[in-house]
Write a protein that binds this ligand. Sequence first.
Ligand code: DX5
Ligand code: ZN
Length: 218
Amino acid sequence: MKKLIAPSILAADFGNLERDCKMINESSADWFHIDIMDGVFVPNISFGMPVLASINNHAEKPLDVHLMIVNPDRYIKKFSDLNAEILTIHYEVCDHLHRSIQEIKSNGMKAGVALNPHTPISVLDSIINDIDLVCLMSVNPGFGGQKFIKNTFKKIRALKTLIDTKNSNTLIEIDGGVTDQNAKELIETGADVLVAGSFVFKSNNPLDTITNLKSIIN
Ligand code: DX5
Ligand code: ZN
């Protein structure tokens, strides 16, 4: 399978959201990565439904929605209505992860589960076959522009082993601190999707940066 790039809108210019969405449409990026933060699960608030609705108006590629919120079950239907293709919830906030995953799927979306840097892969042992995508946080969730945590490589290896052992099709997504310096090694270790926020949007030419990242990983 081709390896994917998902630019994170969190690092876009919110005053020029239409322009930045069009840039992603025209680029070789695969998905829009959308970070929703509630100021409770993470120490930051990003944006909510109205902004996502605007993004959806302009985006021509799948919306990969990453919920960093408590009680995600309350909003599953809303995100489905807003056209999320993948809905990722955090393991750390789900008492009934299996139920939440089924709920996401029954609303027509692919189900993702994100793990914080301190959460071991083994928590997914009994449920990996139900999950379409595991998002490994390679920074502590809450902010863009943080330094990549190197222990992520070990976690990718452990997750890849689990996926292979269980004959699962789950994709591995890496979120946080991705640059042209670690992209290749992340893919070689087993990642399928790389999220990149600051590295893309703070570069001189985001379009070229995406092209470059794509060529590094494929
Ligand atoms: C962090 C978010 C990330 C973030 C990545 O909580 O989940 O998606 O936008 O940003 P960079 O690529 O700048 O680390
Ligand atoms: Zn994210």
